[in-house]
Structure formats: C-alpha cells, structure tokens
Write a protein that binds this ligand. Structure first.
Ligand code: MUC
Ligand code: MG
Length: 385
C-alpha cells in the first residue's frame, strides 16, 4: 500500500564545534577541532529525521565548507523541501537534483535525515531500506595522524590492547617523501605483524615520488596506498595501479557514480573508498558500490571524519554491501572529545556494531548539542583548523 503523504514541516541546520582528542595531521590540514553539520528534519506526523554533512579542514579537503553546507541548505534546499512529501525521499532528492547543482555534502545530510525519518515511519533500521543487512558489524581501521612516529606507535599499541583496531591508516604527504617512508616503515616494524599498515597521501605526491615510495612500501609489507597523487590525474593513478607495487585506492578521485563508472571502466584503481558525503548521499554511495561490484573492484567504507550521525548512517549502508573486503574507517566519533548521543556507538572487538532500532537507531543528546552549537550570529569563525 502506498503511504499517505506526510508534509516536511521544517529543515534546521546546526554547526557543532568539537575539539579533537589530539591534533589530526593530514597533508591538507591539521585539525584541532571538527565542525559537525547536523540537519534536523521535522515531519507533520511528529517524526524527526537527522543527518550530517561534515567535511574536513574547512575548505581544505573539498569544495564545500561547514559554513557553505549550512548556508546553502538554509537558503536554497530547506525552503524547497518544506511542504514536500516526507514519505518519498527519492522523489524529494530528485527534485533537488533537478533544481540545484553540486553540494554533495549538503545533499547527503538531507538525504540521510529523510531516510532516517522514513525508516522510523515504517519501523525498520535504515539498512532495510537499502536491501537489508549482510552483516551486523563492520571492522573499523584507526588513523594514525599525530605527526610523530613514537606517538603513533604508542597510540597503535594502546588501541590494539583495547581490541578496538588492528588496521592502521597512516596519514602522510606533509613531509619529504623519504621522511614519510621512514615514518611508515618504523611503525610497520614496531607493530611486528600485530596490525596491518596502510597509507593515505591525500594527493600530495607526484607520480615518480609515488613509484619511489611504493617500491619501499611493497618491501615493508604496507597493504594499501590511498590517493597518492592529484585526484584529476586519472591517467597517473592508472599507471600506478598497473605497476602493481601495492594496491591503489581511489578516494578524492571518487565523487559519486559517474567517477566510479569512469574509474572502474578504465581500471584506474584497485579499491574504492566509498563515502556517503562524497557520493552525494546514501543512494549515490549505493550506486558507487554497485559499480565496484560489477567491475570486480574491492570496497572500503570511508569517512569524512563525521561524528556519530554520519558515521552510523554510513555503517547502516555499508552493512548492506555484499562485499566489504577492506573494512571501514568509521572511527570519527572516537576522534572527538565530546559525546553527542545519549548512548555512544558500540565499538568492540575491532568493529562498530550496528544498532537494532528503527531509522539510524541512535538518540541525540540535544541539550549537549545546544551547549556545543556555534553561535552563527557571530558569523563564520573557522574553527576547524
Ligand atoms: C581521507 O582522506 O580518507 C579519513 C580518515 C582520516 O583521518 O581522514 C579521512 C579522510
Ligand atoms: Mg583518504
């Protein structure tokens, strides 16, 4: 039976500034704070859906900043969505696509909130709207990005001991290549087979630097190299993939299904880092995964270092993928000093466990969020860096 229409009553955006547990150093930015962009959609039947459109390092990582996500939703998307039928998230998102260009992160936040509300309405976890769960938990890698070798080794030992993570992604690309290689090899040796080591260069190297480092990483037993060169250098990424030194993962080069199709057809990478925000939402990310499956490419569940809302939305979708060979990096909430849920997400035995309740299956602590929210009347204070 087709559901009776339910009006969308309001769409609200909230910027929440949360300090990180330590400086998080990427080649593009050092984060001491993460700005979560939360979206709350209230529907006429009393159901409230939430979504998140968080990015990394203000404007350092992508074309959208926390402030642009908020202002574009408030100015363009929200007025259009108001009054539309909340029981048809697909139709609402199609209308937004027809009228507005770009804004993948903003769309992802809105689509998550719409699907959260609709899944609550029909009384199922969000995963069930995307084909149902293949797994009830997803393995979660940890990113070592303090910028200091010994501190990273100590951090890895600590989370191994806690049985929280056994796969480590090392953020490199900010220093000279030889220094980065020495850093990675030292950590790999210190872990001595107790943990897997992968690297993410965030586009910082040239092709020849990547080949030089790739040979040394292959010898050291590094298992994966993520986006070593510029996202628009697809031919270069393919040449690195063809060299087959260490498997290559596309991250910044992958902005949704069209990129996925181009990369898969030319076999430009071995692995896709699927991210709901980069894909323009859950449905786009599901299409990226389907293209990978059809092309026999491996999948990895990526993050934009979202807080609990974006993290669990991603996990709900990733739980439905038939294959998730490289696991996920859905550790965002663990990098933050403040908890915004009444009950934290469950990280146990190297994995994030999916909740069983309807929708996203989480409850936000709105009092806490109110205390942390940025006073936007003061204007955009860029606190992400
Ligand atoms: C990225 O480039 O993958 C994921 C983990 C992390 O530390 O940064 C992100 C973004
Ligand atoms: Mg990456």
């Amino acid at each position: 039976m087709i559901a009776t229409p339910v009006k969308i009553e309001s769409v609200e955006t909230i910027l929440v500034d949360v300090p990180t547990i330590r400086p998080h150093r990427l080649s593009v930015a050092t984060m001491n704070c993460q700005t979560l962009v939360l979206v709350r959609i209230r529907c006429a039947d009393g159901i409230v859906g939430v979504g998140e459109g968080t990015t990394i390092g203000g404007l350092a990582y992508g074309e959208e900043s926390p402030e642009s996500i908020k202002v574009n939703i408030d100015t363009y998307f929200a007025p259009l969505l108001k009054g539309m039928d909340a029981t048809r998230p697909g139709a609402a998102m199609a209308k937004l696509r027809e009228l507005f260009q770009g804004n993948r992160f903003a769309r992802s936040a809105l689509e998550t909130a719409l699907f959260d509300a609709q899944a609550q309405r029909v009384g199922v976890p969000l995963s069930e709207l995307f084909g149902g769960r293949v797994r009830d938990s997803v393995e979660v890698a940890w990113t070592l990005a303090s910028g200091e070798t010994q501190r990273d080794i100590d951090e890895a030992a600590q989370v191994l001991e806690m049985k929280r993570h056994r796969v480590f992604k090392l953020k490199i690309g900010a220093r000279a290549v030889a220094d980065d290689v020495a850093h990675v090899v030292a950590i790999r040796k210190a872990l001595d087979g107790r943990g897997e080591v992968r690297v993410d260069v965030n586009q910082a190297w040239t092709e020849s630097e990547s080949i030089w480092a790739g040979r040394r990483f292959a010898d050291a037993g590094v298992t994966l190299i993520e986006q070593p060169i510029a996202a628009d250098n697809r031919a270069g990424l393919k040449r690195l993939t063809d060299l087959a030194l260490v498997p290559i993962m596309a991250d910044e080069a992958l902005h949704g299904p069209a990129d996925a199709f181009a990369i898969a057809s030319a076999r430009t990478a071995d692995v896709f880092a699927v991210k709901i925000a980069q894909s323009g939402g859950l449905a786009g990310a599901a299409h990226v995964a389907a293209i990978a499956a059809a092309a026999n490419l491996d999948l990895y569940g990526g993050t934009m270092l979202e807080g609990a809302v974006g993290t669990i939305a991603s996990a709900q979708l990733f739980s439905t993928f038939g294959e998730l060979k490289w696991g996920t990096e859905l550790f965002g909430p663990l990098l933050l000093t403040e908890e915004i849920l009444t009950e934290p997400l469950r990280y146990e035995n190297f994995s994030l466990h999916l909740p069983e309740g309807p929708g996203l299956g989480i409850t936000l602590d709105w009092d806490k969020i109110d205390r942390l929210r940025r006073d936007t009347r003061k204007g955009a204070s860029v606190t992400t860096l």
